[in-house]
Structures are given as C-alpha cells and as structure tokens.
Design a protein around this ligand. Structure first.
Ligand code: SF4
Length: 116
C-alpha cells in the first residue's frame, strides 16, 4: 500500500498567516483519523536545512505520496525543486495545500479534502 506523509510548514511559526490556527491540533486531527502514515511539522521547508530535510526524507523511496500544508502549492513546488531533483522524487507525487489565514478547523478540512 502506498505510504503517505503529511508535512505542516509554518514560516517559522512567527508569520501572522499561521496565528489563527493551532498547528499541533491540525496535525493531531489528521493523525487521529489515520489519513496518512506520518505527520511532521517543519518550521521552514524552503530554507537550506528544509531542503536537506526534504532530500533526506524522500531519498530511498519510503514515501509514495507527500502532502504539504503551508503556503501556495505552486510556490512550494518551485521552492522544493532542488530537493525533489536530489531525491529523484517526482513532483507528481507531492501535493500542496495553502492553509494560510485559516482556523484550525478550516486547515483540517482543507487537508482532509487534499488527502482523501
Ligand atoms: S515553504 Fe512556504 S510555508 Fe514553508 S516556510 Fe517557506 S514560505 Fe513558509
């Protein structure tokens, strides 16, 4: 069965766009419903160490589908390009959703729609 992962990215937790939600509650809601195989929060996937995190995570083929809730999905793919290339992970298998300026409930609903 395809292994699915969800990363929550929050612009270091300081950006006002993520202040209306509790990001831990968002992750827990998805975990509780067992919609993915793993959930992680990263402070800044588009930073250099975020690139390394993504490359490390995706190298080796353990993840089949990766969902990323954070900023605009089109921007995500551009910012993650180096990591996707380095890990040979196809961008067809990375699915982004913009959860900025959402409440906890709205973010959970958006992620559920993306994953299911
Ligand atoms: S990838 Fe998007 S959500 Fe994550 S830190 Fe960068 S701009 Fe913010």
């Amino acid at each position: 069965m395809a292994k699915k992962g969800l990363l929550l990215c929050v612009c270091q937790g300081t950006c006002p766009s993520f202040q209306q939600m509790n990001i831990f509650d968002v992750g827990n809601a998805i975990r509780r419903d067992k919609l993915v195989d793993y959930v992680a929060i990263h402070p800044q996937l588009c930073a250099t160490d975020g690139d390394k995190f993504l490359t490390t995570l995706l190298t080796g083929g353990e993840t089949d589908e990766l969902y990323v809730a954070g900023c605009d999905p089109t921007m995500q793919v551009k910012m993650f390009r180096d990591a996707l290339d380095a890990s040979r992970f196809s961008k067809e298998h990375i699915h982004g959703v913009d959860i900025r300026n959402m409440s906890t409930e709205q973010a959970v609903d958006s992620i559920k729609t993306l994953v299911s």
